[in-house]
Write a protein of this length. Structure first.
Length: 288
């Protein structure tokens, strides 16, 4: 970039490419699925003159703290008056852990937002829902500080009684609001499974002493449910040491059961007659 003394005008800043797309396309086939997803969702927040500055994580975090501090101060002034300016200096600007949303709660928050044919949201609709939910969460945050119940906070969009209920549910209108007073983290709590005692149905194995007949039944159930040993048809002699062996034999002729002959084991034929084993192929070639 060069400047001349005889020409006065606005300095034009050259655009900065945040992502070298040509370079990514050259190595695209060598990337894993996680890297491809990262490239597809690649985005940066930009600011400054001609949007030439890329915001860092620290700058975004500081901006979030400033917004939270300002909103907290506005709500505390309503509750405590001018004393709120002194309180805000001693309050740690850290979002309560019990008000942070996870993926499941975000899906619950946006489940009623309309989408287009390609399952995309309208930005203004999502913004309306997020801002209303933020108002509820900020009330809950201030309620913790001043020890005030959430149902005692006033919703400013409900003060005008002339607004019909249909307008308050219209995302496109200026009167849209959420009537709940608690954050989603208070309404949807995951059940803890560590405190529950599992209750299984009593079985024969729970008895201290089994009769001989019950012992054979319990052994048969354990073998069929908890153990398995899969071998080829030529290695059936390997399972003779087991008390119970189950054989699955397939008929290679096409049938109405998808190629399986459900009556192969009771037809009275030998195994080699309907399963192409090595022994059967050898006997067939020798004419036996």
């Amino acid at each position: 970039m060069s400047l001349t003394t005889n020409q006065v005008g606005k300095v034009k800043i050259s655009p900065i490419r945040l992502l070298d797309e040509n370079g990514v396309q050259e190595i695209w086939n060598h990337l894993c699925e996680r890297c491809k997803e990262h490239c597809n969702t690649f985005v940066h927040l930009v600011s400054g003159r001609e949007q030439q500055h890329v915001l860092t994580d620290l700058e975004i975090h500081d901006m979030g703290d400033e917004i939270n501090k300002k909103d907290l101060l506005d709500l505390l002034i309503v509750e405590k008056g001018q004393a709120a300016k002194i309180m805000i200096e001693d309050i740690p600007i850290v979002e309560p852990r019990d008000q942070i949303y996870d993926r499941y709660l975000i899906q619950e928050l946006l489940k009623d937002v309309p989408r287009d044919y390609y399952e995309r949201f309208d930005f203004s609709d999502v913004q309306q829902v997020i801002l209303e939910d933020r108002r509820i969460r900020m009330n809950a945050w201030v309620g913790k500080i001043v020890q005030k119940q959430l149902d005692r906070f006033t919703n400013p969009k409900l003060l005008n009684q002339r607004v019909p209920e249909k307008e308050r549910q219209n995302l496109k209108g200026p009167h849209f609001t959420l009537r709940r007073t608690q954050p989603l983290t208070y309404l949807y709590k995951k059940e803890s499974i560590t405190a529950k005692q599992p209750r299984f149905e009593p079985t024969l194995a729970d008895k201290k002493k089994l009769e001989p007949t019950e012992e054979r039944i319990a052994l048969s159930k354990k073998i069929q449910r908890n153990t398995h040993h899969i071998v080829g048809i030529d290695d059936l002699n390997k399972v003779k040491d087991y008390p119970i062996s189950l054989s699955l034999i397939r008929d290679y002729n096409e049938g109405r059961h998808g190629g399986w002959n459900n009556y192969a084991t009771i037809s009275g034929n030998r195994v080699e007659s309907f399963v192409k084993t090595q022994k059967f192929m050898k006997n067939r070639d020798e004419g036996l």
